[in-house]
Ligand binder design. Structure first.
Ligand code: GTP
Ligand code: MG
Length: 131
């Protein structure tokens, strides 16, 4: 093997390590998985099933719920159930979006046909958010 080939290989390894470390550093502050969507789509119900393993009677949320979900691989994910009511939905999304590593957008297949325009708008605004 020539000297240049060894140099290129070492350089490739160094770049890979640097990219890996930078990505880890950038994602280290991200710890939430958000449950969002229109109101009455079943977010709080899904949250209570995943966090408490219980099916509860719910009411329209006016606050956020934060809890730990234990995945099959014994990792804990901090799940956040956000209120879906239109006048408060955005403020709660703003509160968590920068620290979120994933977003679950919940739609209710029964009511989607009536709400498809709103559901699409809210999803579109999430997808174009530069954060
Ligand atoms: N959408 C939906 N609702 C269900 C389902 N099964 C039961 N529900 C009931 O429908 C209601 C809506 O559920 P929630 O989980 O409170 O809805 P949400 O998305 O948290 O609503 P907001 O907090 O207003 O954003 C509750 O009364 C549920 O118990 C289901 O499969 N889909
Ligand atoms: Mg709710």
């Amino acid at each position: 093997m020539t000297y240049e080939a060894i140099l290129v290989a070492v350089l490739a390894i160094v770049i890979t390590i640097v990219v890996f470390l930078v990505r880890r550093l950038l994602s280290s502050g991200k710890r939430y998985v958000l449950l969002t969507g229109l109101n009455d789509t079943g977010k709080t119900l899904i949250y209570s099933q995943l966090v408490y393993n219980r099916h509860v009677a719910t009411f329209t949320s006016s606050q956020d719920n934060e809890g730990q979900f234990n995945t099959q691989k014994q990792n804990f994910v901090t799940l956040v159930d956000l209120p879906g009511f239109h006048s408060i939905r955005q403020q709660f999304f703003e509160k968590y979006k920068a620290a979120s590593k994933g977003i679950v957008y919940v739609v209710d297949s029964v009511t989607l046909a009536q709400n498809v325009r709103d559901a699409a708008n809210v999803l579109y605004n999430i997808l174009i958010d530069p954060t």
